[in-house]
Design a binder for this molecule. Structure first.
Ligand SMILES: Cc1cc2nc3c(=O)[nH]c(=O)nc-3n(C[C@H](O)[C@H](O)[C@H](O)COP(=O)(O)O)c2cc1C
Length: 183
């Protein structure tokens, strides 16, 4: 095996799909792109993510303690990258990228109509937010959009390259210890 520089481990451990996070601050809707997130708990569903003060979205998240995590399909891949390369301070990203915000039910931040799924979230823990910009949010409502033709999600490999979901392999019959999770 060859030595792997530590700043490259993200390419192997990147945990989930690239997501879009919306916030609403005093009526101003915004979107950012996020690769660093993980599930923390099943019930109630908790998610941890990194959202830094370099993002315009930070103030909105800290101020409102609410956001929506949207999961884009492959058809939104280029837009998702572009959304993460500009700031809501300068541009109305919903308008700029032709995305539609829909009213969420439990938070003020909007759902993204073009996403495959949207998860309404409330911040429940900020113990590590000063040190690591880490927030724990609880999913309080979720939506899926099965009408979208493109259902594949995609993953950031940490360096501007992306992998796209391919075949799904069903190994549910081997998950004998975790029957409750696969119902
Ligand atoms: C592929 C990709 C992944 C990103 N992941 C994160 C992340 O996990 N956390 C974060 O704070 N910023 C992340 N960013 C950066 C923000 O999306 C970027 O700073 C964006 O401009 C913030 O938008 P805003 O200033 O309107 O909030 C990512 C950007 C890209 C392109």
């Amino acid at each position: 095996m060859k030595n792997l520089p530590l700043n490259k481990i993200v390419r192997w451990l990147e945990p989930g799909p690239l997501v879009l996070v919306t916030t609403a601050d005093q009526g101003k809707n915004n979107i950012m792109t996020m690769g660093f997130h993980m599930m923390v708990q099943h019930d109630p569903p908790l998610i941890a993510f990194i959202l830094g003060p370099w993002d315009f979205s930070y103030k909105a998240l800290v101020g409102t303690k609410e956001c929506v995590i949207g999961i884009p399909g492959v058809d939104l891949m280029e837009k998702a990258v572009d959304i993460g390369n500009c700031s809501g301070a300068d541009v109305d990203k919903f308008k700029e990228f032709g995305l539609d915000g829909l009213n969420a039910e439990k938070v003020k931040a909007p759902l993204i109509k073009q996403c495959l799924a949207n998860i309404e979230c409330k911040v429940v823990n900020t113990d590590l937010s000063k040190k690591y910009n880490l927030f724990i949010v609880e999913a309080v409502m979720a939506w899926v959009n099965s009408d979208r033709k493109e259902q594949r999600i995609f993953h950031h490999k940490g360096d501007g390259t992306f992998s796209v979901d391919g075949r799904t392999k069903d190994l549910k019959d081997r998950m004998t210890k975790w029957k409750d999770l696969i119902k």
